[in-house]
Design a protein around this ligand. Sequence first.
Ligand code: FES
Ligand code: FES
Length: 226
Amino acid sequence: MPDNRDDGQRTRVFTRRAFIKGAGAAAAITSFIGGPTPPSAGVTRAQSSPTPASGAAERLGPDAATIVLTVNGKSRKIAVEPRVTLAEALRDHLGLHGTKLVCDRGACGACTVHLDGNPVVACMMLAADARGHEIVTIEGLGAPDRMHPVQSAFVEADALQCGFCTPGMVMSVAALLSRNPAPDMGEVKRAVAGNICRCGTYPHVFKAALAAAAKMRGVKPPGERA
Ligand code: FES
Ligand code: FES
């Protein structure tokens, strides 16, 4: 699968500078995930504060420092500069490329992961601020030989084309179903409102989400005859 991280390289430099210039601003934006999610959506996609957990409050930098992240149930030690985002740490330091980096500014949802069970956009959170939290990526949700029900529902509903948005979509839907096992269509749409699909797979994504919810509850998916 192609990696388009070279696209918009200049923009990424600006974004990184913004991070360094405004730690306070960064803290504010990291509390919001799914940038385009309209406030009227009524769905709290904000994760709990990115405030470092206990033991993570010491100053880091400016050089790389060793931090420990809990990713997919395992402690992973990496050396990162303070400016490194969680998305970069996952992809570049831990080789977890299922977390996609597309806009790198919190607008597309492609980098959605779970932080303590909540969906967050990993490009808007510093890796150091993820210390002490439980991080789950698409790799931790399931694998080809043991797919999570949401993943298998996406396959069955043909809910992907290029696949760039798919991990983020799946993580958003999985987070929704963990807190709401029986969502209606409106709740599904709001849950993925921050996930942008340039291929227009939305109808199939919605169908997959409802099918996964039904399967996880042990009932027939909507529209399927008993
Ligand atoms: S890459 Fe993180 S929201 Fe787009
Ligand atoms: S499947 Fe291509 S961006 Fe969604």
